[in-house]
Design a protein around this ligand. Structure first.
Ligand SMILES: NC(=O)c1ccc[n+]([C@@H]2O[C@H](COP(=O)([O-])OP(=O)(O)OC[C@H]3O[C@@H](n4cnc5c(N)ncnc54)[C@H](OP(=O)(O)O)[C@@H]3O)[C@@H](O)[C@H]2O)c1
Length: 283
């Protein structure tokens, strides 16, 4: 069995990659704090300290690793911070790097994902790029409290449609690329099967939770001011605003059939996702 190092193992996608690899690989979870991560990993998972910003953690994490699941933590926007870990992975003999990128990264040179893809293209280690659309898990993560406490989704996406994907589907594809041959030097744009407006998402949340949820549809200025009042950093708010502006302009609605092609089943729908995580908004 391959030994796989999973970065972001406590995050939306990495945590699902760990679950999807169970029994298929020797899993090593890369975490910034081994003690803290214990309760967030499946019992018995090997955890190793790894910090993109601390090169002294690289050798121990990469020793004996065959394949790497690489993600960029959202607060690290400078690809130069990620570059040393890619070099260290190469030096340690890692044979393939599966990178969690972003839908459209190939035609958007501004986003950090595009720059990291470039680093991987030139580093000489076989790569697989996973380019997912918006995560459904944003609804249980960053939007959970506004849905739970105020019964609203507060994003400036206008009436644009978004092709959401469930992190579990991304992880299932990652698990294939991390355990099978044939995915080397390929890029997969991963989306769900439907592009929905936030009005439609709010309607699904209302129907499934039994509590009214509305789409607030704030303009960009209102959104930025509100997020700043909530204490979010400028950089993060600007990135969020940019992402939702893309949706408002109708550029986040692209669908692909990569998930059914690779997994042999339909992607998880937003309704299924909301049913599976219903209790998150009710607790
Ligand atoms: N949200 C979306 O809709 C969307 C769509 C497409 C692409 N993406 C991309 O997906 C990525 C985020 O993935 P995610 O949502 O799975 O992550 P996430 O849930 O935000 O979790 C962040 C992870 O980063 C790890 N981390 C933080 N600082 C670190 C450091 N200095 N060194 C090593 N690890 C560190 C954390 O690990 P510890 O707990 O160990 O600190 C945690 O597991 C971003 O690059 C984002 O742009 C997101």
């Amino acid at each position: 069995m391959n030994t796989v190092l999973v970065t972001g193992a406590t995050g939306n996608v990495g945590s699902e990659v760990v679950l999807a690899l169970a029994g298929k690989a020797n899993i090593r979870a890369a975490v910034t704090d081994v003690e803290k991560a214990k309760g967030r990993l499946p019992p018995g998972t090997e955890a190793v300290r790894f910090d993109f910003e601390d090169a002294s953690t690289f050798a121990g994490a990469f020793a004996g690793v065959d394949r790497l699941f690489l993600m960029r933590p959202p607060h690290i926007s400078d690809p130069k911070v990620i570059a040393p870990s890619i070099e260290a992975a190469k030096a340690a003999g890692v044979k393939q790097i599966i990178f969690l990128s972003l839908q459209g990264a190939e035609s958007n040179s501004i986003v950090p994902h595009a720059k990291i893809e470039k680093l991987l293209l030139t580093c000489g280690v076989p790569y697989t790029f996973l380019r997912p659309s918006f995560f459904m898990q944003n609804l249980t993560g960053q939007h959970r409290d506004e849905i739970r406490q105020r019964g609203e989704i507060f994003v400036p996406a206008g009436r644009g449609r978004t092709s959401f994907i469930d992190a579990r589907d991304i992880a299932a594809v990652a698990a294939l690329a991390l355990t099978e041959d044939g995915h080397e030097n390929k890029a997969y744009t991963l989306t769900g099967s439907e592009a929905l407006t936030y009005d439609e998402v709010a309607q699904i949340l209302t129907e499934v939770t039994g509590r009214p949820v509305r789409y607030a549809n704030p303009n960009l200025v209102r959104f930025v001011l509100q997020k700043r009042r909530e204490g979010l950093a400028w950089g993060f708010v600007i990135v969020m605003a940019g992402i939702y502006l893309t949706a408002a302009l109708g550029r986040a609605d692209g669908l692909t059939d990569e998930v059914p092609r690779l997994l042999g089943r339909a992607p998880i729908t937003v309704r299924q996702f909301v049913q599976d995580y219903r209790s998150v908004w009710l607790s």
